[in-house]
Ligand binder design. Structure first.
Ligand code: RET
Length: 280
């Protein structure tokens, strides 16, 4: 009677094809996408209605903030209806003793519509903050370019292959770009806001601090979702939903309410914004 199962025998190769593990949105995730779509539409209507009640010369923040929620509403409509999404095919190698390596596959859903949204809305959010601080055009441009680099390299990271420098290489580049953005807010933004007035400086410190806290949660969520893949696709959708609501409608409400209360927050763009470029 054999007492031990021989371990030197190679396993019989399976004739069945390996079934990939699919990670994708289910009921909770899909419902969340629709809910956020509705919230963004309502916010856009509120911000647009509000902008009509103030003269054009005082409407710049309203216009920028309304555009932010409109872009978000469009992107959430796409994601809720199943657009703007694709699968990242991740091949995972398993090495064994005595038998050749095998690979299994994970197919993870990536909503690339988010990155299109972020590529448009994060520059607008930075524009709101830059105008508030009174940054010059040069610094505004540098902050926005770094921000666009952050989002686009983040998109490449989301589709990067595991086990190559692609994924975490792109992620690192995106994080460096993010540090450049923070640098502009913390160093240049604060200095300029302080030169404007005490009240503006205090408000910039508060809303800028809020922005940095909320924004920093995005790469952390990414790390658990697309990075380590320990967060489910539904979990990822819900986490980004909370962050998007804080970063867009809540940020916008706070900015516009305070703008109405503190007159020094107003931006003068010369005649261009309110009267056109003609000399009359
Ligand atoms: C990624 C992954 C790569 C590393 C970094 C990221 C940062 C994303 C941020 C997104 C902010 C989005 C906002 C959306 C709008 O409401 C691309 C996740 C640094 C900061 C504010």
């Amino acid at each position: 009677i054999p007492t031990a199962v021989p371990t030197h025998v190679a396993p019989i190769p399976s004739v069945l094809p390996d079934v990939p593990e699919i990670q994708e949105a289910h009921h909770n995730g899909k419902t969340t996408l629709w809910v956020v779509f509705v919230i963004m539409v309502i916010s856009s209507a509120v911000f647009a209605g509000w902008s009509w009640r103030v003269p054009v010369s005082k409407r710049l923040y309203h216009v920028v903030t309304t555009l932010i929620t409109i872009f978000a509403a469009i992107s959430y409509f796409a994601m809720a209806t199943g657009h703007g999404t694709s699968f990242n095919v991740i091949k995972i190698r398993h090495s064994h003793e005595h038998v050749p390596d095998t690979t299994t596959e994970v197919h993870r859903q990536v909503f690339y519509a988010r990155y299109i949204d972020w590529a448009l809305t994060t520059p607008l959010l930075l524009l709101d903050l830059s105008l508030l601080a009174g940054l010059n055009g040069g610094h505004i441009l540098m902050a926005i370019v770094a921000d666009v680099i952050m989002i686009l390299t983040g998109l490449f990271a989301a589709f990067g292959s595991e086990g190559t420098p692609q994924k975490w290489g792109w992620y690192t580049i995106a994080c460096i770009a993010y540090l450049v953005v923070i640098w502009h807010l913390v160093v240049n933004g604060r200095a300029q806001a302080a030169a404007k007035s005490n009240e503006v400086a205090k408000f910039f410190f508060a809303i800028g601090g809020f922005t940095i806290l909320v924004w920093t949660a995005y790469p952390i969520v990414w790390g658990f979702a697309d990075g380590a893949r320990t967060l489910s696709v539904d979990g990822e959708i819900i986490a980004y939903a909370v962050l998007d609501i804080l970063a867009k409608p809540i940020f916008g409400l706070w900015l516009l309410i305070t703008h109405a209360k503190i007159p020094e927050t107003n931006v003068e763009l010369g005649g261009f914004w309110a009267h056109g470029l003609s000399r009359e």
